[in-house]
Design a protein around this ligand. Structure first.
Ligand SMILES: Cc1cc2nc3c(=O)[nH]c(=O)nc-3n(C[C@H](O)[C@H](O)[C@H](O)COP(=O)(O)OP(=O)(O)OC[C@H]3O[C@@H](n4cnc5c(N)ncnc54)[C@H](O)[C@@H]3O)c2cc1C
Length: 435
């Protein structure tokens, strides 16, 4: 990428704001800072869109439709607004954005430490030390796969993989696969692996069921139109809980397939309860499968009810098909509570048990006992430090590509006022620069 602004002399490099991470969130922030003429650089350990290049499986497509990848000053103008981008298309999209906004990215620059220094921060990297007044942490919410402690007890004959290590079914031994987790990642990988001829069992804990299409329109369209995705962090009753809700059970495919537990059992995938422990080579599963599924069905119907209400109030009832409900999740009479992992029935375990951020390089006392950054809607509990791109940061859509624009606008306003800048910048219009 292009060389950054900033004064370079001998010793420390200087700039006003350092943005760490050149994913879409860091780039959206860069656009907002540039609008306010705030001198800044983006430090990126890999290349632009590094997470999408290096940490995702081959067949993954965005689960948000093309029209929904809106970034400040940038939107979709192709002929497939309802399609779902592949990984190469997603990388190209984010790269084009970085080019279009001339983002001052320094690639191959890994931040190894951020510390308070004077009235700003010292940001150490593998390519020198920077001094700045304000810092934006845009390093992503999914740097590390969360693997439960029971993984330690898996018999050594069984291969284990995280979704960040999984690329495609050809990597796996023939034979049974246990996928632990039934959110977007778990259900998509289970679907692909089972279709490859390896019998899959999914251990199902808490999950969020939604249909891909409802009343003829994409579920993301409904949630966007009805304002569900715009719900703010200071409007929900329990923001800590809201930030930990699993991802929607959704997949993007040209056929607009719903990938949920019913679609999985219809192709022969077996469902089992939440993995509770492994003892003497035997995996034990919770008896809560039926309840977990009933709860997910109930919550889905509540969401569909909200959508129906909004559709009626906004004159959509005559424009779309009538309200309906989906079959409840089918669960077999008494699912097994154990699998003997020493029998050879399961050859691989995939831990689709979530992701978490990595702040091991952040040497400021802003982390809570669980290693999460303490912040109020992205304004970190350290002067001049900001956070982007984590679930429900400021809005329900914050971790989506579509959520970065509004968050970057709000946080750059705060940052500018912290710096004493007076310029006010209107919320960005969705000006289209490229496909
Ligand atoms: C499997 C999966 C599927 C998803 N699907 C969708 C989807 O369909 N639609 C959607 O809108 N969202 C989706 N998301 C969510 C969301 O878009 C991602 O979490 C997204 O990557 C977050 O954007 P970001 O810019 O905050 O972080 P990232 O894209 O992760 O960017 C962070 C950047 O920071 C860099 N970095 C990290 N640490 C350092 C360091 N110490 N020094 C320098 N650089 C560093 C990384 O290399 C990376 O480039 C998905 C997420 C996952 C995990």
């Amino acid at each position: 990428m292009t060389s950054a602004s900033g004064l370079e002399g001998r010793g420390r490099l200087r700039t006003t704001t350092i943005v760490i991470g050149a994913g879409h969130a860091g780039l959206a922030m860069s656009w907002c800072l540039a609008q306010r003429s705030i001198d800044h650089v983006i430090l990126e350990r890999g290349e632009v869109a590094n997470s999408w290049r290096t940490e995702r499986w081959d067949s993954l497509r965005l689960l948000t439709p093309n029209w929904q990848s809106r970034l400040p000053g940038y939107g979709y103008e192709g002929d497939d607004p309802d399609g779902f981008r592949t990984m190469p298309e997603t990388i190209a999209f984010i790269e084009c954005y970085a080019d279009a906004i001339s983002a001052p990215v320094r690639t191959s620059t890994e931040v190894t430490s951020v510390r308070r220094s004077g009235d700003g921060y010292e940001v150490a990297t593998n390519r020198g030390v920077w001094q700045c007044q304000t810092v934006v942490l845009a390093t992503g919410a999914c740097n590390i796969s969360q693997v439960p402690a029971v993984a330690e007890a898996v018999p050594s004959a069984i291969a284990t993989l995280t979704p960040m290590q999984y690329r495609n079914p050809r990597q796996l031994a023939d034979g049974g696969v246990l996928v632990v987790g039934a959110s977007a990642t778990g259900t998509q990988i289970a679907d692909e692996v089972h279709r490859s001829g390896r019998p899959v069992t999914v251990a199902v804990g808490e999950h969020v069921r939604v249909p891909r299409v409802y009343r003829g329109k994409d579920i993301q369209w409904w949630m966007d139109a009805a304002g569900v995705l715009d719900e703010r962090y200071d409007e929900v009753d329990d923001i800590l809980r809201a930030r930990n809700v699993p991802s929607l059970q959704l997949a993007g495919s040209p056929e607009r397939r719903t990938v949920d537990l019913n679609s999985l059992t219809s192709i022969g995938v077996k469902l089992i309860g939440r993995l509770a422990g492994i003892n003497g080579g035997k995996a034990q599963f919770s008896g809560s499968l039926r309840n977990q599924c009933a709860l997910a069905d109930l919550k889905m119907n509540r969401l569909l009810g909200t959508i129906d209400e909004w559709a009626s109030e906004n004159g959509y009832d005559n424009k779309v098909s009538p309200p309906h409900r989906f079959e409840p999740t089918e669960v077999e009479g008494s699912p097994p509570l154990g699998i003997d992992l020493t029998r050879g029935e399961i050859r691989t375990i995939i831990w689709a048990t979530g992701f978490r951020p990595d702040y091991s390089w952040l040497h400021e006392s802003v982390l809570d006992h669980k290693g999460r950054v303490r912040h109020d809607g992205g304004v970190v509990e350290a002067p001049g430090m900001y956070l982007m791109g984590i679930p429900f940061l400021r809005r329900r859509k914050s971790s989506l590509i579509d959520g970065a624009g509004d968050d970057a606008h709000d946080l750059s306003t705060h940052l500018a006022s912290y710096l004493g800048h007076r310029t006010s910048v209107p919320r960005p219009e969705r000006q289209v620069l490229s496909r």
